[in-house]
Design a protein around this ligand. Structure first.
Ligand code: DC
Length: 255
């Protein structure tokens, strides 16, 4: 089968497909993106980790998080790299893909998931100059396609021509409880009570959805997937069906 006949061939000649997954925190984006990447043999790129790495640097330097100029100067002297292991095309079902994020060549993957960095990432991401810088990095990263890219603005700004766009959502209470359960599974005692997790998540939603530049919202051509009443396994299955249907369509349109 030639590349042009492959279901992974994109609408745009010379690149493979891009699957954009957007949605608020706790909607299941990471789990679903990881599964889709493995299932369809794509690279999984989690853009939130890039904002988190930059926020970590700003926190370490004690920079005010509400002043664009200082953050812009910092961005000019910062390198952020996201790496994802490629799945084996012969056995795409095998092996977890993990994103590792490098801040000025330091692997900070294990340092960016705490509450302080999570909140700071949402704050630094409101500034247009920071967003423009990140969007450029993300477009370079996935220029050849063959990726599932997950974030808040992938289908609207980073790759408005992505072949597949899924907007994942769920009620804030459900998302908050999922986040709480994830934290509980990681350590002995989660640092926050469920109500606190839900409160923080609502505050972050509010900021992400209402910022002036690239607010979190579905692209007009995104497929909406609400996982409020689904298990994550059911949501994964639904997302797989959406991608498969789109890929068949792409193959037909390319013939
Ligand atoms: O997906 P996440 O929770 O790791 O993202 C952390 C923050 O980064 C989120 O609150 C908003 C911001 N973000 C963004 O503005 N655009 C993206 N494409 C990804 C994340």
């Amino acid at each position: 089968m030639s590349f042009a006949d492959s279901p992974l061939c994109a609408f745009e000649p010379g690149r493979k497909i891009i699957v954009a997954i957007d949605g608020p925190a706790g909607a299941g984006k990471s789990t679903i993106a990881r599964h889709l990447a493995r299932h369809f043999g794509l690279l999984n790129l989690e853009t939130g980790a890039m904002y988190r790495a930059f926020a970590l640097k700003a926190l370490r330097l004690d920079l005010p998080l509400d002043e664009s100029s200082g953050l812009e100067r910092l961005a000019a002297e910062t390198t952020i790299r996201l790496e994802s292991s490629k799945p084996d095309p012969a056995t795409p079902e095998s092996g977890e893909q993990e994103n590792r994020v490098f801040l000025d060549d330091e692997d900070v993957t294990g340092l960016i998931r705490n509450h302080t960095v999570t909140d700071a990432a949402s704050r630094v991401s409101v500034f247009p100059a920071i967003r423009a810088w990140m969007v450029g990095l993300q477009q370079q990263l996935a220029a050849e396609g063959g990726v599932v890219m997950e974030g808040r603005d992938i289908g609207t700004v980073v790759f408005p021509h992505a072949e597949v766009k899924i907007f994942l959502d769920a009620a804030p209470e459900v998302r908050g409880l999922r986040r709480y359960d994830q934290a509980a599974q990681l350590g002995p005692a989660p640092p926050q009570q469920p109500e606190e997790v839900i409160r923080d998540l609502r505050a972050r939603d509010e900021r992400d959805r209402n910022r002036a530049d690239s607010p979190l919202r579905p692209a007009p051509d995104a497929v909406l997937l609400d996982s409020t009443h689904m298990t994550l396994d059911q949501a994964v299955e639904a997302a797989e069906a959406i991608v498969a249907a789109k890929l068949n369509l792409t193959a037909i349109q390319n013939n």
